[in-house]
Design a protein around this ligand. Structure first.
Ligand code: ATP
Length: 457
């Protein structure tokens, strides 16, 4: 891994077609980002591997795709209308705006301040003698709380329209469907329901490129179990999350685990651990694993006046299940993967950027490169047509072959196939490995077998 700054990563991501500034030709819209062809592919691959690991390979887990717009009563029951807010404070001198919990966390490494009450936060600001990161002054306004939910209205006429919210998390769509899923799929405890989708939060301090935005995607699993078994499943999913990151190629030294103390826990949680990644500005939250007790189902049972109990088919016991939730942001993982994979390497007569993404994550698996345009184009096109039935393949015939290899290395394509004069004679192609730069000759069938093996997750 070659350390590069956030600015350099932002420029790299733009130049190669991963991430563009949102609405750029209109001067942009602050903190919005559009995912280019490579970014869209990488995001899809991240989501597919998460789904594979946490839904497909777990016999007890199933998927869901619930809607972004929900009955506002959901957010009343979940506590988001009354309690989903961040503590905001302004520097009186330079007028910069801050999240009080972040000011404290920046001062005390590894500390978790986001669950703390306003009074506790204000006392800590004074106790720790915290200064404004912008100007150094120690003069903050009292903390104010802002609700983070985006409000909009449903219905065309003002009189009949109803205030509704864009969901700030995907989890509630799962809780309200707990009974539907359990009944329709005849699920027995323990089992999980997972989903991937957009969430929206009117963050007061968005920034750090795609790390904190107001529109983002989450991959959330709600795992339902018997009361008393939650500790076991919490440990299981903490371990599974750790393994997922390792398997994706994230280095252990760039990850740390932060267990919340009793004082820092959300009111509904009896255990929470955050997995932080070492971004260029320091360790910051990538993934939250929370044991949420029976809080959510209980609240929905009370507010919706619907029974949310599970009946044990053997003992006939009735109870509200406990829940363990691993919640991960797609873009935060995307950014961590880019930083971890980015390498600048000195070669004998050149340097290259090598984006050492796990082959399963790479936007393109194979680049098809005719050595020369005219004589090799037809065969290369046929090869592209065949291989693209199996993999994401990119075709490139422009420029010197060395430069084309460099370009593929820089976007993480694990294999480059060169079509040359021998290809017409014996149907073999040169397959070049991104990391070792070694070349072997294979025919079409062996290429498919070889690549399929290498991209397996
Ligand atoms: P933070 O403390 O950074 O604001 P959080 O603790 O509020 O995050 P959760 O509510 O636990 O976050 O959400 C679960 C996951 O969703 C986070 O770990 C993160 O990966 C992602 N996430 C949350 N807010 C954002 C955001 N504004 N932009 C991008 N990803 C986000």
């Amino acid at each position: 891994m070659t350390k590069i700054s956030l600015q350099e990563m932002t420029a790299y991501a733009k130049n190669y077609g991963f991430v563009f500034q949102g609405s750029e030709i209109y001067g942009g819209l602050a903190n919005t980002w559009d995912y280019g062809p490579l970014g869209a592919a990488l995001k899809n691959n991240i989501k597919a591997l998460w789904w594979q690991r946490f839904i497909r390979e777990e016999p007890n887990n199933v998927g869901l795709d619930s809607s972004i717009l929900m009955n506002p009563a959901v957010w009343k029951a979940s506590g988001h209308i009354d309690g989903f807010n961040d503590p905001l404070t302004d520097c009186r001198k330079c007028k910069s705006r801050h999240r009080a919990d972040h000011l404290i966390e920046a001062q005390v490494d590894g500390f978790h301040a986001d669950g703390l009450e306003t009074e506790v936060l204000e006392a800590k600001l004074v106790e720790l003698d915290i200064a404004c990161p912008g100007c150094g002054a120690k003069d903050f306004t009292p903390i104010r709380r802002f609700n983070l939910m985006f409000k909009t209205s449903q219905g065309v006429l003002d009189e009949s329209s109803q205030a509704i919210y864009l969901r700030p998390e995907t989890a509630q769509g799962i809780f309200v469907n707990f009974k539907n899923v359990q009944r329709a799929l005849r699920k027995k405890l323990p089992f999980g329901i997972g989903q991937v989708g957009k969430s929206f939060r009117n963050e007061i301090t968005p920034g750090n490129f795609i790390f904190r935005t107001r529109e983002f995607e989450q991959m959330e699993l709600e795992f339902f179990c018997r009361p008393g078994e939650e500790k076991h499943w919490f440990d299981h999913y903490l371990e599974a999350s750790k393994r997922f990151l390792t398997d994706l190629g994230i280095r252990a030294e760039n990850v740390r685990f932060r267990e919340h103390t009793a004082e820092q826990l959300s009111h509904y949680s009896d255990a929470t651990t955050d997995i932080d990644y070492r971004y260029p500005w320091g360790f910051d939250e990538l993934w939250g694993i929370a044991s949420r007790t029976d809080f959510d189902l209980k609240m929905h049972q009370a507010h919706a006046e619907e029974n949310m109990e599970y009946q044990d088919p053997v003992t006939n016991e009735r109870f509200i299940p406990y829940v363990v939730e691993p919640a991960l942001g797609v873009e935060r993982l995307f950014l961590a993967l880019l930083f971890d994979a980015y390498h600048e390497e000195a070669l004998e007569d050149d340097t290259r950027v090598n984006l050492k993404l796990l082959p399963a994550l790479a936007p393109y698996k194979i680049a098809v490169l005719p050595l020369l345009k005219k004589p090799h184009r037809d065969q290369a096109t046929t090869l592209f047509n065949t291989l693209s039935k199996h993999f994401d393949v990119v075709y490139d015939e422009s420029g010197a072959i060395g430069r084309r290899y460099r370009r593929q290395d820089a976007i993480g394509t694990p294999f480059a196939l060169t079509v040359d004069h021998q290809s017409a004679e014996d149907g073999t192609y040169t397959l070049r490995d991104r990391d070792t730069m070694e070349q072997i000759r294979l025919n079409e069938e062996d290429i498919i077998r070889h690549v399929r093996e290498k991209i397996r997750f």
